[in-house]
Design a protein around this ligand. Structure first.
Ligand code: NAD
Length: 489
Protein backbone atom coordinates (compact mmCIF):
# COMPACT_ATOMS: atom_id res chain seq x y z
CA UNK A 1 0.00 0.00 0.00
CA UNK A 2 2.93 2.29 0.86
CA UNK A 3 4.22 1.85 -2.71
CA UNK A 4 0.88 2.50 -4.37
CA UNK A 5 0.19 5.87 -2.72
CA UNK A 6 3.03 7.81 -4.39
CA UNK A 7 2.06 6.38 -7.74
CA UNK A 8 -1.42 7.88 -7.34
CA UNK A 9 0.13 11.18 -6.30
CA UNK A 10 2.33 11.26 -9.39
CA UNK A 11 -0.67 10.60 -11.63
CA UNK A 12 -2.59 13.38 -9.93
CA UNK A 13 0.28 15.78 -10.43
CA UNK A 14 0.55 14.97 -14.13
CA UNK A 15 -3.11 15.52 -14.81
CA UNK A 16 -3.02 19.33 -15.16
CA UNK A 17 -0.14 19.11 -17.64
CA UNK A 18 -2.10 16.59 -19.75
CA UNK A 19 -5.12 18.83 -19.68
CA UNK A 20 -3.05 21.78 -20.81
CA UNK A 21 -1.98 19.80 -23.87
CA UNK A 22 -5.59 19.40 -25.01
CA UNK A 23 -6.98 22.08 -27.38
CA UNK A 24 -8.80 24.82 -25.48
CA UNK A 25 -12.52 24.30 -25.92
CA UNK A 26 -13.20 27.51 -27.86
CA UNK A 27 -10.06 27.41 -30.05
CA UNK A 28 -11.24 26.55 -33.56
CA UNK A 29 -9.66 23.29 -34.76
CA UNK A 30 -8.36 23.42 -38.31
CA UNK A 31 -7.21 21.06 -41.05
CA UNK A 32 -4.31 21.70 -43.37
CA UNK A 33 -4.73 20.89 -47.07
CA UNK A 34 -1.60 20.02 -49.03
CA UNK A 35 -0.80 19.35 -52.65
CA UNK A 36 0.21 15.68 -52.49
CA UNK A 37 2.48 16.08 -55.52
CA UNK A 38 4.61 18.83 -53.98
CA UNK A 39 3.79 18.82 -50.28
CA UNK A 40 2.94 22.54 -50.50
CA UNK A 41 0.32 23.88 -48.11
CA UNK A 42 -2.61 25.03 -50.27
CA UNK A 43 -5.24 25.84 -47.67
CA UNK A 44 -6.51 25.56 -44.13
CA UNK A 45 -10.13 24.84 -43.26
CA UNK A 46 -12.04 24.71 -39.98
CA UNK A 47 -13.16 21.47 -38.41
CA UNK A 48 -16.92 21.89 -38.02
CA UNK A 49 -18.03 20.64 -34.61
CA UNK A 50 -21.07 18.43 -34.04
CA UNK A 51 -22.94 21.39 -32.50
CA UNK A 52 -22.17 23.55 -35.51
CA UNK A 53 -23.41 20.80 -37.83
CA UNK A 54 -26.66 20.62 -35.87
CA UNK A 55 -27.05 24.40 -36.11
CA UNK A 56 -26.39 24.33 -39.86
CA UNK A 57 -29.06 21.70 -40.35
CA UNK A 58 -31.56 23.76 -38.35
CA UNK A 59 -30.80 26.74 -40.58
CA UNK A 60 -31.25 24.68 -43.76
CA UNK A 61 -34.59 23.42 -42.44
CA UNK A 62 -35.84 26.98 -42.21
CA UNK A 63 -35.17 27.75 -45.87
CA UNK A 64 -36.07 24.39 -47.44
CA UNK A 65 -39.89 24.81 -47.54
CA UNK A 66 -39.59 27.86 -49.77
CA UNK A 67 -37.12 26.05 -52.02
CA UNK A 68 -39.61 23.21 -52.33
CA UNK A 69 -42.48 25.63 -52.91
CA UNK A 70 -40.88 27.36 -55.93
CA UNK A 71 -41.15 24.02 -57.69
CA UNK A 72 -38.85 22.40 -60.25
CA UNK A 73 -39.23 25.28 -62.70
CA UNK A 74 -38.22 27.87 -60.10
CA UNK A 75 -35.29 25.73 -59.06
CA UNK A 76 -34.30 25.25 -62.69
CA UNK A 77 -33.59 28.99 -62.95
CA UNK A 78 -31.16 28.85 -60.04
CA UNK A 79 -29.53 25.65 -61.19
CA UNK A 80 -28.93 27.03 -64.67
CA UNK A 81 -27.42 30.17 -63.15
CA UNK A 82 -25.15 27.89 -61.17
CA UNK A 83 -24.27 26.06 -64.38
CA UNK A 84 -23.25 29.40 -65.92
CA UNK A 85 -21.11 30.11 -62.87
CA UNK A 86 -19.37 26.73 -63.25
CA UNK A 87 -18.65 27.47 -66.90
CA UNK A 88 -17.37 30.98 -66.16
CA UNK A 89 -15.13 29.68 -63.38
CA UNK A 90 -13.84 26.47 -64.99
CA UNK A 91 -10.18 27.45 -64.96
CA UNK A 92 -10.22 28.65 -61.36
CA UNK A 93 -12.06 25.52 -60.28
CA UNK A 94 -9.55 23.31 -62.11
CA UNK A 95 -6.75 25.21 -60.33
CA UNK A 96 -8.26 24.35 -56.97
CA UNK A 97 -8.89 20.71 -57.90
CA UNK A 98 -5.34 20.42 -59.15
CA UNK A 99 -3.79 22.07 -56.10
CA UNK A 100 -5.44 19.73 -53.60
CA UNK A 101 -5.15 16.48 -55.60
CA UNK A 102 -1.87 16.69 -57.54
CA UNK A 103 -3.72 15.64 -60.74
CA UNK A 104 -2.54 16.54 -64.22
CA UNK A 105 -4.31 19.58 -65.70
CA UNK A 106 -6.38 17.56 -68.14
CA UNK A 107 -7.83 15.44 -65.32
CA UNK A 108 -8.52 18.51 -63.17
CA UNK A 109 -10.61 20.01 -65.96
CA UNK A 110 -12.86 16.96 -65.92
CA UNK A 111 -14.27 17.89 -62.51
CA UNK A 112 -15.93 21.18 -63.54
CA UNK A 113 -16.92 19.81 -66.97
CA UNK A 114 -18.61 16.76 -65.46
CA UNK A 115 -20.42 18.89 -62.87
CA UNK A 116 -21.55 21.36 -65.55
CA UNK A 117 -23.03 18.58 -67.67
CA UNK A 118 -24.97 17.08 -64.77
CA UNK A 119 -26.42 20.40 -63.62
CA UNK A 120 -27.94 20.93 -67.07
CA UNK A 121 -29.33 17.39 -67.17
CA UNK A 122 -31.20 17.61 -63.85
CA UNK A 123 -32.14 21.30 -64.06
CA UNK A 124 -33.97 20.71 -67.34
CA UNK A 125 -35.58 17.37 -66.53
CA UNK A 126 -36.53 17.63 -62.84
CA UNK A 127 -40.04 18.93 -63.59
CA UNK A 128 -40.80 15.89 -65.73
CA UNK A 129 -39.15 13.49 -63.28
CA UNK A 130 -41.00 14.88 -60.26
CA UNK A 131 -44.44 15.20 -61.84
CA UNK A 132 -47.21 13.36 -60.02
CA UNK A 133 -47.96 9.86 -61.27
CA UNK A 134 -51.56 8.82 -61.88
CA UNK A 135 -51.50 5.04 -62.01
CA UNK A 136 -54.45 3.18 -63.49
CA UNK A 137 -56.65 1.43 -60.96
CA UNK A 138 -56.32 -2.36 -61.21
CA UNK A 139 -59.64 -3.34 -59.71
CA UNK A 140 -63.19 -2.34 -60.64
CA UNK A 141 -63.83 -0.90 -57.16
CA UNK A 142 -60.86 1.48 -57.44
CA UNK A 143 -62.10 2.87 -60.78
CA UNK A 144 -64.18 5.41 -58.90
CA UNK A 145 -61.04 6.93 -57.40
CA UNK A 146 -58.44 9.27 -58.72
CA UNK A 147 -55.05 7.80 -57.77
CA UNK A 148 -52.00 10.01 -57.37
CA UNK A 149 -48.40 9.41 -56.31
CA UNK A 150 -46.68 12.57 -55.11
CA UNK A 151 -42.89 13.00 -54.77
CA UNK A 152 -42.10 15.13 -51.73
CA UNK A 153 -38.45 15.87 -50.93
CA UNK A 154 -36.70 14.98 -47.70
CA UNK A 155 -36.12 18.33 -45.99
CA UNK A 156 -32.34 18.09 -45.54
CA UNK A 157 -30.11 15.64 -47.42
CA UNK A 158 -26.60 14.97 -46.08
CA UNK A 159 -24.01 14.33 -48.79
CA UNK A 160 -20.64 12.88 -47.76
CA UNK A 161 -17.93 12.55 -50.40
CA UNK A 162 -14.40 11.17 -51.01
CA UNK A 163 -11.33 12.90 -52.43
CA UNK A 164 -10.87 11.41 -55.88
CA UNK A 165 -13.00 14.00 -57.77
CA UNK A 166 -13.25 16.78 -55.20
CA UNK A 167 -15.59 19.01 -57.20
CA UNK A 168 -17.41 16.47 -59.37
CA UNK A 169 -18.23 13.93 -56.62
CA UNK A 170 -19.98 16.55 -54.47
CA UNK A 171 -21.76 18.17 -57.42
CA UNK A 172 -22.94 14.87 -58.86
CA UNK A 173 -24.98 14.15 -55.73
CA UNK A 174 -25.71 17.63 -54.38
CA UNK A 175 -27.36 18.86 -57.59
CA UNK A 176 -29.97 16.10 -58.01
CA UNK A 177 -30.93 16.54 -54.33
CA UNK A 178 -31.32 20.31 -54.79
CA UNK A 179 -33.27 19.71 -58.00
CA UNK A 180 -35.60 17.44 -56.02
CA UNK A 181 -36.38 20.32 -53.68
CA UNK A 182 -34.31 19.24 -50.69
CA UNK A 183 -31.81 21.43 -48.86
CA UNK A 184 -28.32 19.90 -48.82
CA UNK A 185 -25.53 19.77 -46.28
CA UNK A 186 -22.27 18.60 -47.89
CA UNK A 187 -19.31 17.16 -46.00
CA UNK A 188 -16.42 16.74 -48.44
CA UNK A 189 -13.32 14.67 -47.74
CA UNK A 190 -10.92 16.18 -45.23
CA UNK A 191 -8.18 15.50 -47.80
CA UNK A 192 -9.76 17.76 -50.47
CA UNK A 193 -12.27 20.20 -48.95
CA UNK A 194 -11.31 23.27 -51.00
CA UNK A 195 -13.18 22.44 -54.22
CA UNK A 196 -16.41 21.86 -52.29
CA UNK A 197 -15.97 25.23 -50.60
CA UNK A 198 -15.64 26.74 -54.07
CA UNK A 199 -19.02 25.22 -54.91
CA UNK A 200 -20.54 26.91 -51.87
CA UNK A 201 -18.88 30.18 -52.92
CA UNK A 202 -20.49 29.86 -56.36
CA UNK A 203 -23.93 29.14 -54.91
CA UNK A 204 -23.67 32.25 -52.73
CA UNK A 205 -22.25 34.39 -55.54
CA UNK A 206 -25.22 33.77 -57.81
CA UNK A 207 -27.47 34.82 -54.93
CA UNK A 208 -29.30 31.48 -54.71
CA UNK A 209 -31.43 30.69 -51.64
CA UNK A 210 -29.34 29.44 -48.69
CA UNK A 211 -30.35 25.81 -49.08
CA UNK A 212 -26.86 24.49 -49.71
CA UNK A 213 -24.07 24.54 -47.13
CA UNK A 214 -20.68 22.89 -46.68
CA UNK A 215 -19.15 21.70 -43.43
CA UNK A 216 -15.53 20.59 -43.24
CA UNK A 217 -13.73 18.07 -41.09
CA UNK A 218 -13.06 14.34 -40.95
CA UNK A 219 -15.11 11.36 -39.74
CA UNK A 220 -16.50 13.07 -36.63
CA UNK A 221 -17.99 15.88 -38.71
CA UNK A 222 -19.36 13.27 -41.16
CA UNK A 223 -20.84 11.39 -38.20
CA UNK A 224 -22.68 14.55 -37.10
CA UNK A 225 -24.08 14.98 -40.63
CA UNK A 226 -25.41 11.42 -40.43
CA UNK A 227 -26.85 12.20 -37.01
CA UNK A 228 -28.86 15.28 -38.05
CA UNK A 229 -29.95 15.01 -41.70
CA UNK A 230 -32.96 13.19 -43.16
CA UNK A 231 -31.34 11.17 -45.96
CA UNK A 232 -27.67 10.22 -46.35
CA UNK A 233 -26.01 10.08 -49.73
CA UNK A 234 -22.57 8.61 -49.08
CA UNK A 235 -19.66 7.95 -51.42
CA UNK A 236 -16.48 6.46 -50.05
CA UNK A 237 -14.94 3.25 -48.79
CA UNK A 238 -16.91 0.12 -47.99
CA UNK A 239 -15.64 0.22 -44.38
CA UNK A 240 -17.04 3.72 -43.76
CA UNK A 241 -20.21 2.89 -45.69
CA UNK A 242 -20.90 0.03 -43.30
CA UNK A 243 -20.61 2.35 -40.28
CA UNK A 244 -22.98 4.81 -41.90
CA UNK A 245 -25.53 2.09 -42.66
CA UNK A 246 -25.54 1.11 -38.98
CA UNK A 247 -25.93 4.74 -37.83
CA UNK A 248 -28.77 5.30 -40.32
CA UNK A 249 -30.50 2.11 -39.20
CA UNK A 250 -30.42 3.37 -35.60
CA UNK A 251 -32.21 6.56 -36.66
CA UNK A 252 -34.45 4.85 -39.27
CA UNK A 253 -33.10 7.25 -41.88
CA UNK A 254 -32.75 6.14 -45.51
CA UNK A 255 -29.41 6.11 -47.26
CA UNK A 256 -27.65 5.36 -50.51
CA UNK A 257 -24.07 4.07 -50.44
CA UNK A 258 -21.70 4.32 -53.41
CA UNK A 259 -18.66 2.33 -52.31
CA UNK A 260 -15.45 0.70 -53.49
CA UNK A 261 -14.85 -1.49 -56.50
CA UNK A 262 -12.49 -4.00 -58.07
CA UNK A 263 -13.56 -3.79 -61.68
CA UNK A 264 -12.66 -6.66 -63.99
CA UNK A 265 -11.91 -6.28 -67.70
CA UNK A 266 -12.40 -9.39 -69.84
CA UNK A 267 -10.42 -9.50 -73.08
CA UNK A 268 -11.66 -12.22 -75.45
CA UNK A 269 -9.60 -13.69 -78.28
CA UNK A 270 -11.85 -12.03 -80.91
CA UNK A 271 -11.29 -8.52 -79.49
CA UNK A 272 -9.65 -5.62 -81.26
CA UNK A 273 -6.48 -5.87 -79.18
CA UNK A 274 -5.24 -2.35 -79.93
CA UNK A 275 -8.51 -0.88 -78.76
CA UNK A 276 -8.56 -3.12 -75.68
CA UNK A 277 -4.95 -2.29 -74.78
CA UNK A 278 -5.59 1.45 -75.09
CA UNK A 279 -8.93 1.36 -73.28
CA UNK A 280 -7.65 -0.77 -70.41
CA UNK A 281 -4.47 1.32 -70.00
CA UNK A 282 -6.73 4.38 -69.76
CA UNK A 283 -9.24 2.62 -67.49
CA UNK A 284 -6.50 1.53 -65.10
CA UNK A 285 -4.35 4.64 -65.08
CA UNK A 286 -6.72 7.61 -65.49
CA UNK A 287 -6.61 9.73 -62.32
CA UNK A 288 -3.73 7.48 -61.14
CA UNK A 289 -6.21 4.63 -60.85
CA UNK A 290 -8.19 6.53 -58.20
CA UNK A 291 -11.61 6.02 -59.74
CA UNK A 292 -14.17 3.74 -58.12
CA UNK A 293 -14.70 2.22 -61.58
CA UNK A 294 -10.99 1.96 -62.49
CA UNK A 295 -10.02 -1.29 -64.17
CA UNK A 296 -8.34 -3.24 -61.34
CA UNK A 297 -8.15 -6.79 -62.80
CA UNK A 298 -7.67 -7.97 -66.38
CA UNK A 299 -8.59 -11.47 -67.64
CA UNK A 300 -7.24 -12.34 -71.08
CA UNK A 301 -8.06 -15.43 -73.16
CA UNK A 302 -4.95 -17.56 -73.61
CA UNK A 303 -4.54 -17.32 -77.42
CA UNK A 304 -4.12 -13.52 -77.30
CA UNK A 305 -2.55 -13.18 -73.87
CA UNK A 306 1.07 -12.54 -74.93
CA UNK A 307 0.15 -10.10 -77.67
CA UNK A 308 -2.28 -8.19 -75.43
CA UNK A 309 0.18 -7.97 -72.52
CA UNK A 310 2.88 -6.59 -74.86
CA UNK A 311 0.52 -3.92 -76.20
CA UNK A 312 -0.81 -2.99 -72.77
CA UNK A 313 2.68 -2.71 -71.29
CA UNK A 314 3.83 -0.50 -74.16
CA UNK A 315 0.84 1.82 -73.62
CA UNK A 316 1.43 2.03 -69.88
CA UNK A 317 5.17 2.69 -70.36
CA UNK A 318 4.34 5.54 -72.75
CA UNK A 319 2.40 7.47 -70.10
CA UNK A 320 4.05 10.71 -68.99
CA UNK A 321 4.03 11.22 -65.24
CA UNK A 322 4.69 14.48 -63.44
CA UNK A 323 3.33 17.70 -61.99
CA UNK A 324 1.46 19.99 -64.37
CA UNK A 325 0.92 23.69 -64.25
CA UNK A 326 -1.99 25.05 -66.29
CA UNK A 327 -0.56 23.47 -69.41
CA UNK A 328 -1.28 19.77 -69.90
CA UNK A 329 2.02 17.98 -70.11
CA UNK A 330 1.34 14.79 -68.20
CA UNK A 331 -1.05 11.86 -68.21
CA UNK A 332 -0.53 10.69 -64.64
CA UNK A 333 0.10 12.73 -61.48
CA UNK A 334 0.33 12.00 -57.78
CA UNK A 335 -1.88 9.92 -55.51
CA UNK A 336 -4.20 11.76 -53.14
CA UNK A 337 -2.30 10.98 -49.97
CA UNK A 338 0.49 8.94 -48.45
CA UNK A 339 -1.90 6.34 -47.09
CA UNK A 340 -3.00 5.58 -50.65
CA UNK A 341 0.59 5.20 -51.85
CA UNK A 342 1.29 2.75 -49.02
CA UNK A 343 -1.69 0.60 -50.05
CA UNK A 344 -0.49 0.48 -53.67
CA UNK A 345 3.07 -0.39 -52.61
CA UNK A 346 1.81 -3.12 -50.28
CA UNK A 347 -0.32 -4.72 -52.99
CA UNK A 348 2.61 -4.74 -55.41
CA UNK A 349 5.10 -6.01 -52.80
CA UNK A 350 2.78 -8.78 -51.61
CA UNK A 351 2.13 -9.88 -55.18
CA UNK A 352 5.85 -9.95 -56.02
CA UNK A 353 6.66 -11.84 -52.81
CA UNK A 354 4.07 -14.46 -53.84
CA UNK A 355 5.55 -14.89 -57.33
CA UNK A 356 4.07 -12.10 -59.50
CA UNK A 357 6.25 -10.22 -62.00
CA UNK A 358 6.34 -6.45 -62.55
CA UNK A 359 6.52 -5.64 -66.29
CA UNK A 360 6.69 -1.89 -65.76
CA UNK A 361 6.48 0.41 -62.72
CA UNK A 362 6.24 -1.18 -59.31
CA UNK A 363 7.67 1.64 -57.22
CA UNK A 364 7.23 5.25 -56.15
CA UNK A 365 7.70 7.78 -58.93
CA UNK A 366 10.10 10.03 -57.04
CA UNK A 367 7.89 13.04 -56.32
CA UNK A 368 5.30 13.52 -53.61
CA UNK A 369 2.97 10.58 -53.24
CA UNK A 370 3.21 9.52 -56.89
CA UNK A 371 3.46 5.84 -57.81
CA UNK A 372 4.59 4.61 -61.22
CA UNK A 373 1.97 3.14 -63.57
CA UNK A 374 2.39 -0.59 -63.04
CA UNK A 375 1.60 -3.79 -64.93
CA UNK A 376 1.71 -7.07 -63.00
CA UNK A 377 1.60 -10.58 -64.45
CA UNK A 378 1.80 -14.12 -63.02
CA UNK A 379 -0.85 -13.06 -60.55
CA UNK A 380 -3.22 -15.43 -58.79
CA UNK A 381 -6.64 -14.96 -57.26
CA UNK A 382 -5.52 -15.03 -53.63
CA UNK A 383 -3.21 -12.00 -53.84
CA UNK A 384 -4.25 -8.72 -52.20
CA UNK A 385 -3.91 -6.94 -55.57
CA UNK A 386 -6.88 -9.08 -56.69
CA UNK A 387 -8.94 -9.47 -53.53
CA UNK A 388 -8.74 -5.88 -52.18
CA UNK A 389 -9.47 -2.53 -53.80
CA UNK A 390 -6.11 -0.93 -54.72
CA UNK A 391 -7.32 2.49 -55.91
CA UNK A 392 -3.99 3.14 -57.57
CA UNK A 393 -2.14 2.84 -60.91
CA UNK A 394 -1.76 -0.95 -61.08
CA UNK A 395 -3.07 -3.41 -63.64
CA UNK A 396 -2.75 -7.08 -62.63
CA UNK A 397 -3.25 -9.29 -65.72
CA UNK A 398 -4.32 -12.96 -65.61
CA UNK A 399 -4.44 -15.56 -68.40
CA UNK A 400 -7.72 -17.50 -68.66
CA UNK A 401 -8.56 -20.61 -70.67
CA UNK A 402 -11.88 -19.38 -72.02
CA UNK A 403 -14.91 -17.15 -71.60
CA UNK A 404 -16.38 -19.33 -68.85
CA UNK A 405 -13.26 -19.06 -66.70
CA UNK A 406 -13.11 -15.30 -67.30
CA UNK A 407 -16.70 -14.87 -66.09
CA UNK A 408 -16.14 -17.15 -63.09
CA UNK A 409 -13.04 -15.23 -61.96
CA UNK A 410 -14.56 -11.81 -62.69
CA UNK A 411 -17.45 -12.78 -60.38
CA UNK A 412 -15.06 -14.06 -57.69
CA UNK A 413 -14.99 -10.79 -55.75
CA UNK A 414 -16.82 -9.19 -52.85
CA UNK A 415 -17.23 -6.12 -55.06
CA UNK A 416 -19.60 -5.55 -57.98
CA UNK A 417 -19.35 -1.98 -59.16
CA UNK A 418 -18.68 -2.21 -62.89
CA UNK A 419 -16.87 -4.28 -65.51
CA UNK A 420 -15.85 -4.25 -69.15
CA UNK A 421 -15.90 -6.90 -71.87
CA UNK A 422 -13.72 -6.58 -74.97
CA UNK A 423 -14.89 -8.60 -77.97
CA UNK A 424 -15.38 -8.37 -81.71
CA UNK A 425 -18.97 -9.59 -81.27
CA UNK A 426 -21.11 -7.08 -79.40
CA UNK A 427 -23.99 -9.57 -78.98
CA UNK A 428 -21.59 -11.92 -77.27
CA UNK A 429 -20.44 -8.98 -75.14
CA UNK A 430 -24.00 -8.22 -74.04
CA UNK A 431 -24.64 -11.88 -73.28
CA UNK A 432 -21.55 -12.00 -71.06
CA UNK A 433 -22.51 -8.68 -69.43
CA UNK A 434 -25.71 -10.28 -68.14
CA UNK A 435 -23.65 -13.01 -66.43
CA UNK A 436 -21.47 -10.55 -64.52
CA UNK A 437 -22.17 -9.45 -60.95
CA UNK A 438 -21.73 -5.75 -61.58
CA UNK A 439 -23.90 -2.65 -61.45
CA UNK A 440 -22.63 -1.59 -64.90
CA UNK A 441 -20.91 -3.31 -67.82
CA UNK A 442 -19.31 -1.47 -70.74
CA UNK A 443 -18.65 -3.37 -73.96
CA UNK A 444 -15.40 -2.37 -75.69
CA UNK A 445 -15.09 0.69 -73.49
CA UNK A 446 -14.52 1.93 -69.96
CA UNK A 447 -16.45 4.55 -67.98
CA UNK A 448 -19.15 5.08 -70.63
CA UNK A 449 -21.90 4.35 -68.10
CA UNK A 450 -20.51 7.14 -65.91
CA UNK A 451 -21.19 9.85 -68.44
CA UNK A 452 -24.82 8.89 -69.02
CA UNK A 453 -27.02 10.22 -66.25
CA UNK A 454 -29.98 8.41 -67.73
CA UNK A 455 -28.35 5.20 -66.47
CA UNK A 456 -28.19 4.21 -62.80
CA UNK A 457 -24.74 4.18 -61.21
CA UNK A 458 -24.70 1.82 -58.29
CA UNK A 459 -22.71 -1.10 -56.98
CA UNK A 460 -23.70 -4.65 -56.09
CA UNK A 461 -22.40 -6.63 -53.13
CA UNK A 462 -19.89 -4.67 -51.06
CA UNK A 463 -19.82 -1.94 -53.73
CA UNK A 464 -22.96 -0.28 -52.51
CA UNK A 465 -26.61 -0.03 -51.63
CA UNK A 466 -28.88 1.93 -53.95
CA UNK A 467 -27.71 3.98 -56.91
CA UNK A 468 -27.28 7.56 -58.07
CA UNK A 469 -28.85 9.00 -61.26
CA UNK A 470 -30.78 6.69 -63.52
CA UNK A 471 -32.94 9.45 -64.99
CA UNK A 472 -36.03 10.03 -62.82
CA UNK A 473 -34.73 7.86 -59.98
CA UNK A 474 -31.85 10.30 -59.53
CA UNK A 475 -34.26 12.90 -58.09
CA UNK A 476 -37.05 10.63 -56.86
CA UNK A 477 -34.61 8.90 -54.50
CA UNK A 478 -34.46 12.17 -52.53
CA UNK A 479 -38.25 12.18 -52.15
CA UNK A 480 -40.78 10.43 -50.00
CA UNK A 481 -43.66 8.97 -51.97
CA UNK A 482 -47.14 9.95 -50.93
CA UNK A 483 -50.25 8.14 -52.16
CA UNK A 484 -53.42 10.24 -52.46
CA UNK A 485 -56.81 8.87 -53.35
CA UNK A 486 -59.70 11.16 -54.16
CA UNK A 487 -63.22 10.65 -55.55
CA UNK A 488 -63.43 10.80 -59.33
CA UNK A 489 -66.43 13.09 -59.22
P1 NAD B 1 -13.52 7.18 -46.86
O1 NAD B 1 -14.58 6.17 -46.59
O2 NAD B 1 -12.29 7.13 -46.04
O3 NAD B 1 -14.10 8.66 -46.65
C1 NAD B 1 -15.21 9.12 -47.39
C2 NAD B 1 -15.89 10.23 -46.63
O4 NAD B 1 -16.47 9.72 -45.44
C3 NAD B 1 -14.95 11.35 -46.20
O5 NAD B 1 -15.60 12.58 -46.38
C4 NAD B 1 -14.74 11.06 -44.72
O6 NAD B 1 -14.38 12.17 -43.96
C5 NAD B 1 -16.10 10.53 -44.33
N1 NAD B 1 -16.14 9.71 -43.12
C6 NAD B 1 -15.16 8.94 -42.61
N2 NAD B 1 -15.62 8.30 -41.51
C7 NAD B 1 -16.91 8.67 -41.34
C8 NAD B 1 -17.91 8.33 -40.39
N3 NAD B 1 -17.69 7.48 -39.40
N4 NAD B 1 -19.15 8.89 -40.54
C9 NAD B 1 -19.40 9.74 -41.56
N5 NAD B 1 -18.48 10.10 -42.48
C10 NAD B 1 -17.25 9.57 -42.38
O7 NAD B 1 -13.21 7.08 -48.41
P2 NAD B 1 -12.08 7.86 -49.22
O8 NAD B 1 -10.76 7.25 -48.89
O9 NAD B 1 -12.26 9.31 -49.05
O10 NAD B 1 -12.48 7.52 -50.74
C11 NAD B 1 -12.04 6.40 -51.45
C12 NAD B 1 -13.14 5.37 -51.56
O11 NAD B 1 -14.28 5.95 -52.19
C13 NAD B 1 -12.75 4.20 -52.44
O12 NAD B 1 -13.13 3.01 -51.81
C14 NAD B 1 -13.57 4.40 -53.71
O13 NAD B 1 -13.86 3.24 -54.43
C15 NAD B 1 -14.79 5.04 -53.16
N6 NAD B 1 -15.52 5.76 -54.22
C16 NAD B 1 -16.71 5.22 -54.65
C17 NAD B 1 -17.41 5.84 -55.67
C18 NAD B 1 -18.73 5.28 -56.17
O14 NAD B 1 -19.47 6.01 -56.84
N7 NAD B 1 -19.05 4.03 -55.90
C19 NAD B 1 -16.92 7.02 -56.25
C20 NAD B 1 -15.71 7.54 -55.78
C21 NAD B 1 -15.02 6.89 -54.75
Amino acid sequence: AAKKAPARKTAAKKAPAQQAAQPVADAPATLEVRNPGTGALVGTVPVTSADEVAAKVRELRLFQPEWEAIGPDGRKEWLLKFQDWLIDNTDTLADVVQSETGKPRVDSLIDPAFATDLVGYYARRAAKFLADDHPSPHSPLARVKKLTTVYKPYPVVGVITPWNFPLAMPALDVIPALAAGAAVLLKPSEVTPLSALEMARGWAEIGAPPVFAVVTGAGATGGAVVEHTDYIQFTGSTATGRKIAVACAERMVPYSLELGGKDPAIVLADADLDRAAHGIAFGGMFNSGQVCISVERVYVEAPVYDEFVAKLTANVKALRQGIDGRESKHDVGALANENQTNIVQRHVDEAVAAGAKVLTGGKRAGFGTAFEPTVLVDVDHTMSCITEETFGPTLPVLKVADEAEAVRLANDSIYGLSASVWTGDKDRGERIARQLNAGAVNINDVFSNLFNFALPMGGWGQSGVGARWGGANGVRKYCRQQAITAPML
